[in-house]
Design a protein around this ligand. Sequence first.
Ligand SMILES: [Mg+2]
Length: 334
Amino acid sequence: MPASVKSCSGLAALTPAPWERPAEEEYILNAMKTGYLIDMDGVIYREESLIPGAADFVQTLLALGTPFLFVTNNSSPTPEDLAVRLKHLGIQGLSERHFYTSALNTADFLSETDPGCTVFVIGEGGLLAALHQRKIASDTIAPRYVIVGEGAATTERLGKAHECIERGAGLLATNPDNWCPVSSKKTRPGAGATAAFLEASTGRRAYYLGKPNGYMFHQAQRKLAGAGGAKPDQVVMIGDTMETDIRGAFEAGLPSFLVLSGSTQLENVGDYVYQPTRILQTVGDLVEELKTGKPSTHLDSPAFATVPSNRSGVRHQTDILALYKPRPRPAMTK
Ligand SMILES: [Mg+2]
């Protein structure tokens, strides 16, 4: 009997053994046991194009009723914006409940830890809407917090934020990303860079929400459990960035699947002390597994076909060999 069935208290005694159970029933049981937290950029799309297999993957999750939630550090869009964007890219059937952004995470954090607080915001629509939804008022005179998200960091706003922090406001950033991809050849400054500017000018340290902060993962799991009705037996994080998706999942105690369709090259995975549970080329690799309900081992992943079988065992960033590799561009400062 699969471990997941054993782990459901009471279910094991009531459920017939697999060989007594119709194939279709077993299929449904397997399909329902796992929920997914899914990063977007580099996992579902890259620039203005869907990643091969991503649409099939999302449609399969929807068709099976598998609980899932898109989890992104981008604080600019609202969940509705993201649903529209994916619709234009060719993925139908999504609504705002399928998305959890670092802006929502920041609004959740404030409404939970300091309800009634006021904020001065450097950020765009998604962050402003999330704070408004939680009834967190904007305050340019004596805010309790300066909130830094993506974009809108004009010299004037930075100067005002600096003054507020000097007068005692706390500094919060929606996420720690120093830069964000715009295209394969272009990046833009992220919320982490703006927060670092204010850290330098004020001498105050920011608190960074979003991935890999455990609060992001715990809130996302809570939302995932509440949305689908049936609480999943296990939650898996799928992402393309080691420093945020994989590190955050590891620290939250979740299994993680790294996809090689985004920011991470297979040869760089060994540079990190934390490792993904599995490595896949794209989320498309999971479609067959979801449909059949039969998990494959990570060695079946096409990614491993490229790893020489005699690869040496050293794989951590303390390894001397890693010093001779080009340094990956950091996604964050902390
Ligand atoms: Mg990503």
